[in-house]
Design a protein around this ligand. Structure first.
Ligand code: 5GP
Length: 222
């Protein structure tokens, strides 16, 4: 049986640079990327089925009813959701899947898929967060205040996550995420079934120099 892949959920408040970090991570390492569905209109250059599946609100709500989403949330007036069956199939086939989603969605995934790896991205300071939101150039004073104050409140959710990564530079953030993923792949509860594989047929009587410990060391060529 093929080993299951990891579900890596990257989220955090608006303006922390999580999508820039995810883009850099995906460029460097091989991950299966989930394409979300949304009711917001496509931005210039965005392609249906590549950046998002762009749906009407009616279609989106039907998919909610039919339990088609692993998680969904309303973010700043639009719905966003992760297609359940595609993601679970990719994991089952051994792919490591990255979801870059908002905090409400991440908490919903944690309820149904607690074995995921939940990473919270933080800015180096609130001052820096303010600068990053302003530098996008797309905010009115009112929308800036909405995003900044909700980011402020959202930081409290960090304790629900497994890891926190400070996005001081994109390179540092990517390096830390890669280290988290490497460590998660070595967790005993994830690899024990493989190491203690009964199909290898070590019986109680054969436990001389072929102990399970030796077997795993030999397997990894040490
Ligand atoms: P944007 O409209 O700028 O592409 O995304 C707005 C926000 O929606 C971002 O915080 C992004 O992480 C979040 N988002 C994108 N896709 C999903 C999704 O499938 N589920 C949830 N919960 N949030 C999403």
């Amino acid at each position: 049986m093929r080993k299951k892949g990891l579900l890596i959920v990257i989220s955090g408040p608006s303006g922390t640079g999580k999508s820039t970090v995810c883009k850099a991570l995906i460029k460097k390492d091989k991950f299966w990327i989930s394409v979300s569905a949304t009711t917001r209109s496509p931005r210039k250059g965005e392609v249906d089925g590549v950046n998002y599946y762009f749906l009407t609100e009616e279609d989106f709500k039907n998919k909610i009813k039919n339990n088609n989403f692993l998680e969904y949330a309303k973010v700043y007036g639009n719905y966003y959701g992760t297609p359940r069956s595609q993601v679970l199939k990719a994991i089952k086939e051994g792919n490591d899947v990255v979801l870059e989603i908002d905090i409400q969605g991440a908490l919903m995934v944690k309820e149904t898929y607690p074995e995921g790896v939940f990473i919270f991205i933080l800015p180096p300071s609130m001052e820096e967060l303010k600068k990053r939101i302003i530098s996008r150039g797309s905010e009115t004073p009112e929308s800036f205040m909405t995003r900044f104050s909700s980011a402020y409140k959202e930081i409290n959710y960090v304790s629900k996550y497994n890891y926190v990564v400070i996005n001081d530079t994109v390179d540092n953030a990517v390096r830390n995420i890669e280290s988290i993923i490497a460590a998660e792949k070595c967790r005993v509860d994830r690899v024990k079934d493989e190491i203690l594989d009964p199909k290898e047929g070590i019986t109680y009587e054969q436990l001389d120099d072929k102990s399970i410990y030796c077997r795993s060391i030999k397997k990894s060529g040490q």
